[in-house]
Design a protein around this ligand. Structure first.
Ligand code: FES
Length: 76
């Protein structure tokens, strides 16, 4: 058994593996967004995770059931 995890990305379920970063899951799902450096430098990968804004997807471990939003930040 693979023990995969499922994230909800912009309302769509996307599967990944435990220990992957949110960015890795997005890239594997063909939704790379702004992932450029993959190591927390470029800030291109900002997403919302479970309502938390400005999370760098490449530095956040993906968790089963995480709700990820890849839209650009909303105007305040
Ligand atoms: S990909 Fe560059 S900060 Fe995440």
């Amino acid at each position: 058994m693979s023990g995969g995890i499922t994230l909800l990305v912009d309302g769509e379920p996307v599967t990944g593996a435990p220990g992957q970063s949110v960015a890795a899951v997005l890239v594997a799902a063909g939704r790379p967004g702004g992932v450029f450096c993959g190591m927390g430098v470029c800030f291109g990968c900002l997403v919302t995770v479970n309502g938390e804004r400005d999370v760098r997807a490449c530095l956040r471990d993906a968790g089963d059931g995480d709700v990820v939003g890849t839209q650009p930040r909303e105007p305040s």
